[in-house]
Design a protein. Sequence first.
Length: 200
Amino acid sequence: MKQAFLNHSIRFIEKYNPNYTQDDIEKLAYGLEGIYLTITKIVIILTVSFLLNILKETVLLLLFVNIIRFTGFGFHAGKSIECLFFSSLLFLGFPFLCKYTIIPLTIQLLIASTCTILFIIYAPADTVKRPLTNRKKRILRKVGTILISIIYTSTVFFIKDQILVNILIASLMIQAIVILPITYQIFHQPYANYKKINSI
């Protein structure tokens, strides 16, 4: 189904843009594949979350994670099946726990503080396809990730909704997980790719 989508889309684009080179087509195919996999993954996760009665929690978690992931970057699975498994584990498991678990404030702050320290050490974490070679941008993204983490943590003191508080803490945990070197090692992904490029 994925290949049929890609073939149909590329034929449609070539029909109206016949001057595209083979290199342009390959870049288009890569982008379209990413869109297809992202949409498919989200549809599957949201469908299962609806069946588990955690749709609202899953949507909120996706929102808050993507906000901090924008600056913190992080691991991307090399295979679509790995991506689906890893994403489903995080975005179905955590919302379920967020809905049915009460976390004491001291534990929340301990988790949030640990995540913030991990952001200071490891964020942002790039990928082999998107190495963060610009040192200034890496620093800005690190600062941005830390600031978002502080905002999420501070919000814990002002929100009375236990589920929303749990989701904010879970967002920090997920972002911390995807930037850890051990996560890259488990999925056989190279870490700190900008160093390899800068050393050439």
